[in-house]
Design a protein around this ligand. Structure first.
Ligand code: BES
Ligand code: ZN
Length: 455
């Protein structure tokens, strides 16, 4: 049986596959920092070589605005479906660097986990796809379905390159459905397939109060302080529980069917279990909604950083000339990023104290997306997961965002299977990011099974 021979090949080459993942993890491909542009290029070239070595054809590093895309295909499974396989090679910045127990770009294995930036988000998952294809091609000389790889380098920074590529309708995008691997199981005992992602609107609000920095003793009391004004403004955008006061913000929010919410309630997440998981005294949020609803089907407004003034060790008595806040909103069906930006900008201007001038910039914006859970590809993925983990997956949603999925639906008209093998506690976007190697190897097995069950 071809699936079995490929799976056996993958088991026999498990150590080589780990080594190859570690090589990719050593490349610091942080997309949001301009000084790492060459590292992104390096990661793209590395992946292109890996795909070629694996027997994937028509491999190309596609340059354009921002970081390169990597494409490759294998289209010899006549009469079989074509799968557009997606992942991203770019990673988040590593700060705060002091929080890491080992250097972020020097992968090390501790207790069965590989620790490195990008281990699970998303290089580890990208390599479950690449190695699955390599195992099929090496063991059988063929793949059971036609496959097109599309790996991007700006997922973490909301970049435009892949969006332009999709909008341009390149013929290399012709497929029957997409297989996106950039997500996690619900927990170690509960494999899952996701059916929805939140959208995101990421903004920067800059306030300017004075033409230059001032001594806070000399002028304080009379001089406006942009940091105080910004704090005041932010405090009026949402209350302490997270309920957002922007007029019209909730107008287009739809509540999922009661049956779906009921299914989530059986997953056993309580306020106590969640506060324990995240190490908080208590969770916050809208009292009328369960913790999972708050994270999967309700929108948010979060501040990520407030650059400005003095933040070094020690003390400096300054009133800065200006300050800024990075603020994002997670969006849910049927909110639209474009509309929410208009509402946000208007509210910020109205709420801003009169002593500051305000600039509101949209850094990126992506709509939320739901994907159907009752398609033949989702059933095939579900069977594959059942086979490898011995348990059928549950259908969940994610509170995170993967911008390309909305475009795959809208522009290409394709359904997506959201199948990723991370686990809670993998520290995405945080120090000590990790990926359980057992999940890595099972992920390779599951991808092989999945593709074989599509025929
Ligand atoms: N892999 C994540 C998305 C994700 C997060 C899926 C948590 C499942 C659980 C992805 O790489 C990511 O972080 N996306 C960004 C997108 C944004 C910067 C446009 C996000 O959600 O913040
Ligand atoms: Zn990711």
């Amino acid at each position: 049986m071809p699936a079995e021979t490929a799976r056996r090949y993958a088991s026999q080459h498990a150590r080589d596959f780990e080594e190859s993942l570690f090589e990719l993890l050593r490349i610091p491909s942080i997309s949001t920092l301009a000084e790492h542009a060459a590292d992104c290029e390096h990661a793209a070239q590395w992946l292109a070589s890996k795909l070629r070595e694996s027997g994937i054809e028509n491999v190309a590093v596609i340059t354009g605005p921002g970081r390169p895309l990597v494409y490759g295909d294998w289209l010899h499974a006549e009469g079989q479906p074509t799968v557009l396989v997606y992942g991203h090679y770019d990673v988040q910045p590593v700060d705060p660097i002091d929080g890491w127990e080992s250097p972020p770009f020097d992968p090390v294995v501790r207790d069965g986990y590989v620790y490195a930036r990008g281990a699970v988000d998303d290089k580890g998952l990208v390599m479950t796809l690449v190695h699955a294809a390599a195992a099929c091609l090496s063991a059988n000389g063929s793949l059971p379905v036609n496959i097109r790889f599309l790996i991007e380098g700006e997922e973490e920074s909301g970049g435009e390159h892949i969006k332009q590529f999709l909008r341009a309708g390149d013929e290399r995008l012709q497929a029957d459905f997409a297989h996106v691997s950039d997500s996690a199981f619900f927990n170690r005992d509960t494999p899952s397939i996701e059916t929805g992602l939140r959208g995101i609107l990421y903004t920067e609000v800059k306030v300017t109060a004075n033409s230059h920095d001032l001594h806070s003793g000399q002028y304080g009391g009379a001089a406006p302080n942009p940091l105080n004004s910004l704090a005041h403004l932010i405090a009026r955008l949402r209350d302490a529980e997270g309920i957002i006061s922007i007029p019209g913000f909730y107008d287009d929010v739809v509540t999922p069917d009661p049956g779906i919410v009921e299914g989530w309630s059986r997953l056993g997440v309580t306020p106590d279990s969640l506060s324990e998981e995240i190490g908080a005294r208590r969770i916050i949020g809208e009292p009328a909604f369960t913790p999972l609803e708050r994270m999967w089907s309700r929108p948010t407004l979060d501040v990520h950083g407030i650059p400005g003034g003095f933040t070094d060790l020690g003390a400096k008595t300054v009133i800065p000339a200006s300050a800024a806040a990075k603020i994002s909103m997670r969006l849910v069906p049927n909110q639209r990023a474009e509309r929410i930006f208009e509402l946000f900008e208007r509210a910020v201007r109205e709420l801003a104290p009169s002593d500051v001038t305000v600039e509101v910039e949209q850094i990126h914006g992506d709509d939320p997306v739901l994907v159907p859970g009752d398609t033949a590809p989702v059933r095939a993925a579900s069977e594959a997961v059942h086979e490898v983990w011995g348990k059928a997956p549950v259908l969940t949603r994610s509170g995170g965002s993967i911008p390309v999925v909305g475009l795959i639906q809208e522009r290409l008209g394709l359904d997506t299977v959201l199948l990723g093998y991370g686990l809670p506690g993998d520290n995405l976007h945080a120090p000590n990011e990790r990926f359980l190697l057992d999940q890595f190897h099972k992920g390779i097995q599951a991808n092989i099974e999945f593709w074989h069950r599509l025929t």
